[in-house]
Design a protein around this ligand. Structure first.
Ligand code: GRF
Length: 202
């Protein structure tokens, strides 16, 4: 799908913590002809993701729980910035229904396991990698999926995996998973965003 120069697909990234995935995405789309990262939002004013965004000259916004859940402020910011797609990259809060309805089929999330394994409420970050180690899994991976009103649910766009060996620790498992994330998340976002029907967006 061709996108006119002045009508780029505009991504908003939501990140709660370090933001290493956000950085991989900002880097990937830095000179992209059709897609740009136009905003990074966080529920955490201390999130390193905000620093990373500044380095890429990506505008940032921080919000609290009541702004997010009890007002339409975040949706308003997104509309003001002409955001077309949302990317959840290490974002820990469940999205309110109003946000999901404002971006139908245009929200993507990454989860650091092969869903449905090790998914659901409370399964995030090192907790996932510890659970994988304790379960003695021989394979680990990532899931990139569209977002609906449930945790880690929604249409799966891509799963990628690699091996776990007995000497792996939760930390080395995390490193392997991160490598998969940086390799696949930006490319999957690109494919997904360009494949959706854009005629209704602009
Ligand atoms: C990633 O492993 C992601 O899959 C998960 O949270 C982690 C975020 O890391 N949802 P970072 O903030 O991108 O460094």
């Amino acid at each position: 799908m061709k996108v006119e120069k002045n009508k780029k697909i505009k991504l908003a990234i939501f990140a709660s913590g370090s933001g290493s995935n956000a950085e991989a995405i900002m880097k990937y789309f830095l000179h992209h002809p059709q897609i740009k990262v136009a905003l990074l939002l966080s529920n955490n004013a201390e999130a390193f993701a905000l620093e990373r965004a500044k380095r890429f000259h990506v505008p940032t916004r921080v919000f609290n729980k009541s702004q997010f859940r009890e007002s339409d402020e975040v949706v308003r910011w997104l509309k003001e910035s002409n955001i077309t797609h949302l990317v959840l990259a290490g974002f820990l809060w469940l999205l309110p229904e109003s946000l999901i309805q404002s971006f139908p089929e245009r929200i993507v999330n990454i989860h650091p396991s092969l869903l449905p394994k090790f998914g659901g409420k409370g399964m995030y970050g090192m907790k996932v990698h510890q659970a994988v180690k304790e379960a003695g899994e021989v394979q680990i991976g990532i899931t990139i999926h569209e977002v609906n009103a449930k945790y880690d649910d929604g249409k799966i766009l891509l799963q990628a995996s690699c091996e776990v060996v007995p000497t792996d620790t939760p930390e080395t498992i995390a490193a392997k998973v991160n490598a998969l994330e940086y390799e696949h998340f930006p490319k999957t976002i690109e494919r997904w965003a360009l494949s959706l029907n854009l005629s209704t967006l602009f």
